[in-house]
Design a protein around this ligand. Structure first.
Ligand SMILES: Nc1ncnc2c1ncn2[C@@H]1O[C@H](COP(=O)(O)OP(=O)(O)OP(=O)(O)O)[C@@H](O)[C@H]1O
Ligand SMILES: [Mg+2]
Length: 313
C-alpha cells in the first residue's frame, strides 16, 4: 500500500504498529468474524479520517489474499489530553504515576465500551482491541480499534437537510419534522446507553457531532461514537440537562424529541414515573435559573411534562 497518502506525523508509527503487532488480524477477527487461520492479513489502505480532542482517527482497509477488504477504525490516543476528555474521579490518584493514571482511565473506558457492546450492541461501534506500542524513539503509542461506522454525523445530516430545504426539495415543516425525528432517535440511543450502564454512568457530551446516522434500506439508526466526559453518578435530571443544553430548549425539541425519545426506551409507565420524580427537581431548577439568569430555562420542559401526562390520560 501507499503510505505516503497519510499525514506524515503518524505514518511511520502506524506502519510499524500494523507490521509488528497482531492489531490487524485481531481486529478482523473480533470486528468482522474473519478467521485467518495461519494466514497473514493484507493491509490495502489506511486513510486519515480526522481528529478531535483525544484521538486521531484512521480507517484501515485489510483482508485476506485477493478477497475484498474489510475496514475498521483505528484510533491513536493522545494521552496528554485524555484526562480532560475522559473525566472521572480517580481513585488513589496521588498513589499513581502519570502513565498508570492514563492506563487506569483507558481501562475504565474500555470496560464501559465492552459493557455497552454486550448490553446494546446496535448503539456503539464494536470494540476490536487495545494495543500499547513503543515507536522507534521509545515513545509509548496507544492504539485502539473498533467498527468503522459509515454515514454522516447528526450534525452533517442536519446540514444536508438544510441544503435540501435551500434547494427547495424540503419545505420548512418537512425539514423540521425530519430534524426532530432524528433528534428523537438520538435521545433514545443515549437513553439506551444509560440503561446499558445501569443508569449510573452517562456522557456529559451527548452531542450531534458524536453520533452517526446510519441508513439501512428504509430504517435509520443512530450510533454513538464517543463516550466523552463520562460522569458517574448520572441521575435522570443530569440527562435532561445535557439534552436541553445540546439539543435545545425549544418546545418542539423538548416535546418532539427529548421526552418521547426517553419514553421510546423506557416505555410509558416507567417514563411517567421518571417524569413525576423529576418534577420537584425541575421546579427547583426553574426557581434557581430565574434567580441567576433572570429567565426560566426549565419552563418548556416543565410544561411539556404536564402536557405529556395530559395526553396520556
Ligand atoms: N468508529 C468510527 N467510525 C467512523 N468514524 C469515526 C469513528 N470514530 C470516530 N470517527 C470520526 O473520526 C473523526 C474524529 O473523531 P473524534 O471523536 O476524535 O473527534 P471529533 O468528534 O471531531 O471531536 P471531539 O473530540 O469533540 O469528539 C470524526 O470525524 C468522527 O466522526
Ligand atoms: Mg468525537
Amino acid at each position: 500500500m501507499n503510505w505516503n497518502i497519510l499525514p506524515g506525523k503518524d505514518r511511520n508509527v502506524l506502519r510499524s504498529a500494523l507490521a509488528e503487532t497482531d492489531l490487524v488480524a485481531t481486529s478482523l477477527r473480533r470486528i468482522h468474524g474473519v478467521d485467518l487461520g495461519e494466514g497473514k492479513p493484507v493491509v490495502h489502505a489506511v486513510e486519515y479520517v480526522g481528529e478531535g480532542g483525544a484521538m486521531c482517527v484512521y480507517r484501515v482497509w485489510a483482508g485476506v489474499g485477493d478477497q475484498p477488504p474489510y475496514s475498521f477504525a483505528l484510533k491513536m490516543i493522545k494521552s496528554r489530553r485524555l484526562a480532560a476528555i475522559f473525566h472521572r474521579p480517580v481513585r488513589n490518584a496521588s498513589a499513581l504515576g502519570e502513565e498508570e493514571r492514563v492506563e487506569d482511565l483507558i481501562n475504565w473506558v474500555l470496560e464501559i465500551t465492552k459493557r455497552v457492546n454486550r448490553a446494546a450492541p446496535e448503539i456503539y461501534p464494536l470494540f476490536g482491541g487495545y494495543w500499547r506500542f513503543r515507536n522507534d524513539g521509545g515513545t509509548l503509542v496507544r492504539l485502539l480499534t473498533e467498527q468503522f461506522i459509515d454515514g454522516p454525523t447528526l450534525l452533517e445530516r442536519r446540514i444536508e437537510l438544510e441544503n435540501m430545504m435551500a434547494a427547495g426539495e424540503l419545505d420548512y415543516a418537512g425539514y423540521t419534522a425530519r430534524r426532530v425525528a432524528l433528534d428523537r432517535l438520538t435521545v433514545a440511543a443515549f437513553v439506551r446507553l444509560w440503561n446499558a450502564l445501569d443508569r449510573s454512568v452517562f456522557t456529559s457530551d451527548p452531542s450531534p457531532w458524536n453520533v452517526k446516522v446510519v441508513t439501512e434500506g428504509t430504517s435509520i439508526r443512530v450510533v454513538i461514537l464517543d463516550l466523552h466526559l463520562l460522569a458517574e453518578p448520572a441521575p435522570p435530571i443530569f440527562l435532561i440537562e445535557r439534552f436541553q443544553a445540546l439539543y435545545g430548549l425549544r418546545a418542539e425539541i423538548v416535546r418532539g424529541a427529548i421526552l418521547p425519545g426517553i419514553a421510546d426506551v423506557l416505555g410509558r409507565e416507567e417514563a411517567a414515573t421518571l417524569f413525576r420524580e423529576l418534577q420537584p427537581q425541575l421546579d427547583e431548577l426553574s426557581a434557581k435559573s430565574k434567580e441567576r439568569v433572570g429567565t426560566d430555562l426549565y419552563s418548556s420542559v416543565r410544561r411539556a411534562i404536564v402536557d405529556w401526562f395530559n395526553s396520556m390520560s
